[in-house]
Structures are given as structure tokens and as C-alpha cells.
Design a protein around this ligand. Structure first.
Ligand SMILES: Cc1cc2nc3c(=O)[nH]c(=O)nc-3n(C[C@H](O)[C@H](O)[C@H](O)COP(=O)(O)OP(=O)(O)OC[C@H]3O[C@@H](n4cnc5c(N)ncnc54)[C@H](O)[C@@H]3O)c2cc1C
Length: 383
């Protein structure tokens, strides 16, 4: 039984493992990258020289062959035929009994004039190296996007001796996880660590500045800042081109059933999918879906035909720690005035905000402490 996997990220690697465990004889992982599968969240540390490349690999190099998985690096897939299970790479079509599509997402690029070379995405290994090579300590760096990725990039940049300016178009930081009050506390923490925070403003244009090697970034409030470059951290979207060409059902992501079947012999997992109407970028989800998609691909391909597993979505709380900064959030982020921020301890400062709908707990946000966070998460899950 032969299973072909498109994409060697978190979902693809997990799918390969699950397919082998479910009895597949041959598992081939096609990866468009030149390096082995790596932890994408660790790219920020790599970009700011706070982690070495070999700390990123998901598995040791020998693990793939030792587990009967053929990892084909630098082999991007250019076509998939769902009805027959064929995969095209390097001009050659090969046939599989089932395929797992796990080719992830791509960073969103803002539409701004003159931005070629001024905006650096931070989504892949080579992009992290490009960021690392662009900056010297003392350089000013623009970080576009005040979500968790932008916050981490700004903190790590400050830690590396750069001068980060964080620009967020919403009025507060981490608007999809934090109430305005929690966002204000986070802003103060960032400013104390050397990050300049600009909220409620967007980038409109980028052009070379007079000083060599500098860019001038125009913001929509009429102001402008100069920096060596800007890092893009405004989100990502499923990379749908391959699925679209293959004729798979595509909306905001590849639409999958509750067994993660996309169509024909193709299952899908990870950032590429749209499950129960939603797309998500999450390692936890990629691993969970990869496991089910890999096992189901093998089960569907088995001669006798085996029952397929159902994938069940479970909301994942956010937990982030960098040096002494701890950020946690789960459930409904609430709207302004919804949640009261309590100071739990000072110093070092610790805060908690509980979002309530009538008498029910709907969300929790914590800064500076994780105390009782798991308990709140359990309460949210049972509500
Ligand atoms: C900097 C950063 C920080 C993050 N931090 C967090 C975090 O803290 N917590 C969290 O839950 N999530 C985080 N994420 C998101 C998380 O990394 C993704 O949700 C996760 O990687 C999704 O796994 P995946 O396997 O679906 O896709 P990916 O890991 O993106 O893997 C897809 C792979 O497919 C390859 N590919 C694409 N097209 C082809 C093709 N045609 N042929 C062959 N291969 C192809 C890609 O090159 C890539 O290697 C972060 C992401 C980034 C970039």
C-alpha cells in the first residue's frame, strides 16, 4: 500500500507517521524545502539568532528512513489527480493508493505600493535566514501586525539589540485574543522592553529612504518611519493553488469532511484545510489532523477497506512565554468593557481578565502568570 504526502510540515510529518503505523508499506513525503521538516514557531528565534538551525528539526535526520518514510526534499509537487491518486513532481507522475495534502499556508502580503524588498515575510526557514542576514544590532525594524507573531518578533528583536517599531491597525494589541484592557497592559510591557508600539495605524506605502539601505514606510495617519526593513506578521492563508488545479473543493481552505477527506483519494490536514467552516493556523490542529488524515489514508487504501476515524476539533488555548513575559488566552476575547482586569500581583506584575456572558465564564486572559489558567480552560470546555 502506497501513501503519498504533499508537504513536510507539522501535519505532513504526523500523517506519514500515522500512515506507517496504520500499515502503509510505502510512505513518500514530498517537501518543497531544502531542509528537513522543522518547527515553524521556532523560526522567530532563528531569525533573531536566539536558536540554532539544528534546534528546529521536528525529527532527527535518521528518523525518516528508520521509520520507513521516504522524505524527498527540494521536490515541490506540481500536480495532483484526486481520482487516481497521482502526484506530479519534477515532471514525473507517480501513483498512490491515497494522498494526504498538507501543503500549509502562505503569509498574507499587504497591498502597498513600492514594497518590493521592503517587506520580509517570516513564514519559512529561508525567510528566517533572510531576516537574520538583513539586520545588525542598533538597526530600526518595523514589525507589521500586533498579533502573537508580531509581539514575539518585536520582543525577540529588542532582545537582539534592534529597535523594533510594532504597527497594528486595530486599536489594541492581540485583538483576537485580548480585551482592550489586557492589550494595554501588554503594550506597557513591550514599551518597557524597548519596543515602540503604534496602534490604530496601517502601512500605505514603502519607498527607499535617502539613507543607504533604509526604507521609508508611510502610515495612514500621515506619519512615516524609516527602518532597515519590515517584517510581515499579519497572518497567513491556505496555499490553495495546487488544490484548485486538482479540482478539489476549495473555499477559504480545502473543504474536508469529518474524516478529513477532500475528494477522490485525497485527504487533507493542517493549515490548508477548512474544517467545519473554519480555517486555522495552529500546530496543535496540524498534528491532530495529520494523525487522523494519515491513518485514514491508509485505512481507505487497505484492500478490505477499514472504518475511518472522525476528526474532532478542540479549541486550543494560547500560551506564550518569552523570558519573563507570559501571555495566556482562551475562549471569547470579549469586547470593550466586557472584562475587568484584575491585578493579581505586583511586582512582578500579574493580571487576569475574565470575560462573562450572563453568569457563565466565556473567556480568560492572563498576563505575567499562568496560575489557575488550566482550571479556567477546563471550566470553559465544560460550559
Ligand atoms: C513564525 C511562526 C510562528 C508560529 N507560532 C505558532 C505558535 O506559537 N503556535 C501555533 O499553534 N502555531 C504557530 N504558527 C503556525 C504553525 O506553524 C502552523 O499552523 C503549522 O506549521 C501548520 O502546519 P502544516 O503542516 O499545516 O503547514 P506547514 O508547517 O506550513 O507545512 C507545509 C509544508 O508544505 C510545503 N509545501 C508547500 N507547497 C508544497 C508543494 N507544492 N509541494 C511540496 N511541499 C509543499 C511547505 O514548504 C511547508 O514546508 C506559527 C507560524 C509561524 C510562521
Amino acid at each position: 500500500m502506497r501513501i503519498g504526502i504533499v508537504g513536510g510540515g507539522h501535519a505532513g510529518t504526523e500523517a506519514a507517521k500515522a500512515a506507517r503505523q496504520a500499515g502503509a508499506d510505502t510512505v513518500v513525503v514530498y517537501s518543497g524545502e531544502v531542509v528537513p521538516p522543522y518547527s515553524r514557531p521556532r523560526l522567530v528565534a532563528l531569525a533573531f539568532q536566539q536558536a540554532a538551525a539544528d534546534e528546529l528539526w521536528l525529527k532527527p535526520a535518521a528518523w525518516y528512513a528508520a521509520n520507513g518514510i521516504e522524505l524527498r526534499l527540494a521536490t515541490p509537487v506540481t500536480g495532483v489527480r484526486p481520482a487516481t491518486g497521482e502526484i506530479e513532481a519534477a515532471g514525473v507522475w507517480e501513483t498512490y493508493d491515497a494522498v494526504v495534502l498538507a501543503n500549509g499556508a502562505a503569509p498574507i502580503r499587504p497591498v502597498v505600493t513600492g514594497s518590493e524588498g521592503a517587506l520580509l515575510p517570516l513564514w519559512s526557514y529561508d525567510q528566517a535566514l533572510a531576516v537574520r542576514d538583513r539586520f545588525q544590532p542598533g538597526d530600526t525594524l518595523l514589525v507589521l501586525g500586533g498579533g502573537i507573531l508580531g509581539v514575539e518578533a518585536a520582543l525577540r528583536a529588542a532582545g537582539a539589540g534592534l529597535k523594533p517599531i510594532l504597527v497594528e491597525k486595530c486599536p489594541g494589541l492581540m485583538p483576537t485574543q485580548f480585551t482592550a484592557a489586557a492589550g494595554t497592559v501588554l503594550r506597557t510591557l513591550l514599551e518597557q522592553r524597548g519596543v515602540t508600539v503604534r496602534t490604530g495605524v496601517s502601512l500605505t506605502a514603502a519607498m527607499p529612504a535617502q539613507a543607504a539601505g533604509q526604507w521609508r514606510y508611510q502610515l495612514d495617519d500621515g506619519s512615516a518611519v524609516e527602518a532597515r526593513a519590515a517584517i510581515l506578521s499579519i497572518g497567513a492563508r491556505p496555499a490553495l493553488e495546487l488544490a484548485r488545479h486538482a479540482g478539489l473543493p476549495v473555499d477559504r481552505g480545502v473543504v474536508v469532511t469529518d474524516t478529513l477527506l477532500a475528494g477522490g483519494r485525497v485527504f487533507a490536514a493542517g493549515d490548508i484545510t477548512q474544517f467545519a467552516g473554519s480555517t486555522r493556523c495552529s500546530v496543535r490542529e496540524a498534528l491532530g489532523q495529520g494523525k487522523v488524515a494519515g491513518a485514514n489514508a491508509a485505512a481507505a487504501a487497505a484492500a478490505a477497506g477499514k472504518p475511518l476515524q472522525l476528526y474532532r476539533y478542540q479549541p486550543a488555548p494560547l500560551q506564550f512565554a518569552f523570558n519573563e513575559i507570559v501571555l495566556c488566552s482562551a475562549g471569547d476575547p470579549g469586547v470593550a468593557g466586557d472584562a475587568e482586569l484584575e491585578t493579581l500581583a505586583a511586582p512582578p506584575a500579574a493580571y487576569r481578565a475574565l470575560v462573562r456572558r450572563a453568569t457563565r465564564l466565556a473567556g480568560v486572559q492572563m498576563i505575567g502568570t499562568k496560575q489557575d489558567f488550566d482550571q479556567y480552560v477546563r471550566q470553559l470546555a465544560s460550559a
